[in-house]
Design a binder for this molecule. Structure first.
Ligand SMILES: Cc1ncc(COP(=O)(O)O)c(C=O)c1O
Length: 420
């Protein structure tokens, strides 16, 4: 696998630091308690205080991409340790370096990518990385291709930077979702030089194959296009799908990519504000250091502590938690094949998000319908692009009994309205 900047990441341990003291203490205490999660009620979850469970009181929160599965003990302990050490100042360089090394280790161990920690830089979150990409790499007056349905800010944020969005709907084929390469190539030919790759793809759950990425890369090469590769959901791939980092494929993809990732989805710490960009094009590095210094500075120290703990010691927690997500995905799948068989749906290969199309049932605004009639809060598909009319985005990373309740409520609402 390829990381243009000299591939040196290995499984070797980084040098001893204060951070290690906090993280090693928790080794062995990595249990994920599925029974406890099953017992969580909406009330319990609302008390935790997340946006997911407080924005729509008395509703099941299935809209925002957070999991209801608690925290890995090693993350909790590392964060508590940082507080006890009063280690909450601005992020220092040694901690940035540890984040980079921990991220490189994770990429190596989980995805077989030997990426050089020297090319990994911190940012508060993936969307900040996207903003830097738009501002410094794409530039006002230019355009970016966003395959739709898309994670909502991919469509809205470019407009803040004077960047035009070209929505290119994904095509639904028998075997699943596919890129519309004809439309993509046309847009490249007309001068568009930027592309958002979201892999695994929120909200459709598609996991790209190497071949698909190579097909994209070949076209990007012809027209000198840069690819923002959002791999925040990389750890969530099901069945025989495999996550391949776009930049890891070969020298060309490494040069085309700006990769953004974070532990925020896999370990549910999006509020701790520490993501990473992986700069595998050497020309990007100098630009990044000139233009992104302020963003790096805004990365949270406590988030860096959480990130290092997650990458270095959270793997076992993740591996224990993951079957719970898979079981939920299977439940969604079963519902879609039975009670909701007339709803448009493609089984997610990754992420913890499902895309449900209620247009075949004549529902034009299913998000509003289910919020009102079922007390289930879903994302309005139209926020994910024009293709999303009549669709909703559903986060299924919730306690299993609540997921069952979700589908029961939705079915009852459809039944009462005479729709099924
Ligand atoms: C595909 C994708 N990218 C980015 C984000 C946001 O990540 P961050 O909080 O690091 O900006 C999300 C959150 O749901 C996401 O699903």
């Amino acid at each position: 696998m390829h990381g243009l900047l000299d591939s040196t990441a290995t499984e070797t341990e980084s040098t001893h630091t204060l951070q290690d003291d906090a993280s090693t203490e928790c080794l062995g205490k990595h249990l994920f308690d599925a029974t406890a999660i099953d017992g969580e009620t909406p009330n319990d979850l609302a008390k935790i205080g997340s946006d997911k469970w407080t924005r729509y009181p008395n509703c099941i929160g299935a809209f925002i991409a957070e999991m209801d599965f608690g925290l890995a003990p090693c993350i909790q302990e590392a964060m508590i340790g940082a507080v006890q050490r009063c280690s909450l100042g601005y992020i220092p360089d040694p901690l940035k370096r540890q984040v980079a090394e921990a991220c490189a280790h994770w990429q190596q161990r989980r995805f077989g990518w030997n990426v050089d920690p020297d090319c990994i830089r911190p940012v508060p979150d993936v969307m900040e990385a996207y903003e830097i990409f738009l501002r410094e790499f794409v530039g006002a007056g230019n355009a970016i291709i966003v395959p739709t349905p898309a994670y909502m800010p991919f469509l809205s944020v470019p407009l803040l930077y004077g960047v035009k969005v070209i929505e290119i709907p994904m095509l639904q084929r028998k075997g699943g979702w596919e890129f519309d390469f004809t439309a993509i190539e046309d847009a490249f030919r007309q001068g568009c030089k930027a592309f958002v790759l979201c892999n695994p793809h929120n909200p459709i759950g598609k996991v790209l194959t190497r071949e698909e990425m190579l097909a994209l890369s070949a076209r990007a090469e012809r027209f000198d296009v840069r690819v923002f590769s959002d791999e925040i959901h990389a750890s969530f791939v099901f069945d025989d799908a495999v996550h391949t980092p776009f930049a890891s494929i070969n020298e060309t993809t490494a040069r085309q990519a700006i990769t953004a990732t974070s532990v925020s989805k896999a370990f549910n710490v999006p509020g701790t504000k520490c993501a990473q960009v992986i700069l595998t094009n050497p020309d990007d590095y100098a630009l990044w250091m000139r233009k992104a210094e302020w963003s790096e500075h805004q990365t949270a120290t406590i988030g860096a502590v959480a990130t290092i703990a997650a990458y270095e010691h959270g793997g076992e927690w993740f591996d224990e938690m993951f079957p719970y997500v898979l079981r939920n995905r299977d439940y969604v799948d079963e519902q879609m094949r039975t009670r909701f068989a007339t709803v448009g749906y493609v089984r997610p290969q990754g992420t913890y998000i499902a895309w449900l199309d209620f247009l075949p049932l004549g529902l034009h605004d299913p998000a509003a319908f289910f919020l009102d009639k079922a007390k289930v809060a879903l994302t309005d598909g139209e926020a994910c692009g024009r293709i999303g009319q009549g669709c909703v985005r559903m986060n299924f990373a919730m306690p299993y009994p609540l997921l069952q309740e979700c589908f029961d409520r939705m079915y009852r609402a459809l039944f009462s309205a005479g729709i099924v």
